[in-house]
Design a protein around this ligand. Structure first.
Ligand code: CU
Length: 434
């Protein structure tokens, strides 16, 4: 059972957060109130609020780690969904992308704790990488102690922060995934063989996914009472925008005339006939969610493919856009697809952060997941529910011990380490506020 924490608990949690912030910035009054037996938690900041020195430190660590191939093990871990059971839904490499569904509900409930442990491993690895680089370059390696993974405050920024967009680290390898479409540079290479990642990021350039979540929408997600409902709002539950439905229906009729018998168009038409209650019920059924997401990708791809033509039919693109405006996909997939975008010259090539086999070399991947983690962190300040996991599903080892040993990581994280937030070695500079 989940219940709201009484106000006193909330105030205490907020006070702890504020204390942590004060400590990190060196405020002497805050230092006095820090308990002696815990090192001060690292404070993760919004990427858009980082100082030039913090950005420089992060970029030096990150570009070095990518060039050295230190993210290769992270790429492979993220891609190995059978070992990690780390998503309720993930994307294939096909064009249009299709959805793979986790084999049990636990795969979905593991999304947030698994990525929480994954970011912790990455932070630890980046600190070790920076110490290495600092020693090579004769700098003071102690600067690495304060390195943190920033978050992308996507609802307020409504764009990729400028320094992040300019930062596109080169290097790293990944495994060739199945389902690579014809026309893609990896098409025909043996599945599982390694290739050098060609970094790509075209934020906003995906006609089907060109709207980011708004602050009020995120606040609504954080308002869900129990963990499963909160999780589904993050990863599984589409939202209908009633004001956009009439125009969307007209647009779908036009698409239906132009592409008769297109099953994806039919699926969206049927979905728009449903009530919000019916949609909520459907979101509990992974197969129904998969069908809807696949249909949204399929309809969206009508515009994607059109946009890549030498003389695109702007009318068709607009019609797809209007049809899509009535259904908002869950934010997890939107953040990946919006940030990655699509290569304007080749619609089969999506940006790095939407390819589940290679996305860890893009710092935006981590900033997306620290943002989702911040939503969960915020939710946890006023709710007591834990992910409903049992047995082995309560353990998370994103990086194997032999791969993580060099940076002191690769350990098993338990759900008790990861939630609730009190035992975490980090805080956020701010909880999510609409
Ligand atoms: Cu992921």
């Amino acid at each position: 059972m989940t219940r709201r924490i009484p106000l006193v608990g909330l105030v205490a949690a907020l006070a702890a957060t504020l204390t942590a912030c004060g400590t990190a910035t060196g405020s002497p009054s805050a230092t006095k109130t820090t308990t002696a037996h815990h090192p001060a938690p690292v404070v993760r900041k919004s990427a858009a609020a980082m100082t030039p020195a913090e950005i420089d430190r992060f970029e030096r660590a990150y570009s070095y780690a990518v060039a050295k191939g230190y993210f290769d093990a992270f790429n492979d871990a993220h891609f190995d969904h059978h070992r990690n059971r780390n998503h309720g839904f993930e994307l294939t490499s096909a064009a249009p992308p299709t959805v793979m569904v986790g084999m049990t509900p636990a795969w979905g409930y593991r999304l947030l704790p698994w990525h929480r442990s994954f970011v912790l491993e990455a932070e630890q690895m980046l600190r070790a990488a920076l110490r290495q680089r600092d020693k090579e370059e004769g700098r003071d390696p102690r600067e690495a102690d304060g390195l943190f993974m920033p978050y992308w405050d996507v609802a307020h920024d409504q764009a990729v922060p400028a320094w992040v967009q300019a930062f596109q680290p080169q290097g790293g390898t990944a495994m060739v995934p199945p389902d690579v479409p014809k026309g893609h540079p990896l098409y025909g290479k043996p599945v599982g063989s390694r290739y050098d990642i060609h970094f790509g990021r075209w934020p906003g350039n995906n006609p089907a996914f060109d709207r980011l979540p708004q602050p009020a929408q995120v606040a609504g997600i954080i308002d869900h009472d129990d963990f499963p409902a909160f999780y589904r709002a993050v990863e599984a539950e589409p939202t209908i925008v009633p004001s956009a439905v009439p125009a969307a229906k007209q647009a779908l009729e036009a698409l239906d005339r132009r592409f008769p018998d297109n099953p994806d168009v039919q699926t969206i038409v049927e979905t728009l006939k449903r009530s919000p209650e019916e949609l909520k019920a459907a979101a509990q059924d992974p197969d129904a969610t998969m069908k809807l997401l696949d249909a949204a990708f399929g309809v969206g791809y009508l515009a994607t493919a059109e946009a890549a033509k030498p003389h695109p039919d702007q009318d068709l693109i607009n019609t797809v856009h209007t049809a899509g405006a009535a259904i908002i996909s869950p934010p997890h997939v939107i953040l990946h697809l919006w940030a990655a975008g699509i290569d304007p010259t080749n619609p089969t090539v999506r940006g790095t952060v939407s390819n589940f086999n290679e996305l860890t070399v893009d710092p935006l991947f981590w900033m997306i997941h620290t943002e989702l983690d911040r939503w969960w962190f915020t939710w946890e300040q006023s709710h007591t529910g834990l992910p409903p996991l049992t047995g082995e599903d309560k353990q998370f080892q994103p990086v194997l011990s032999k791969q993580g040993a060099w940076y002191g990581g690769g350990r098993v994280h338990t759900l008790r380490d990861l939630a609730p937030t009190q035992k975490l070695p980090y805080r956020y500079d701010e909880l999510f506020r609409p």
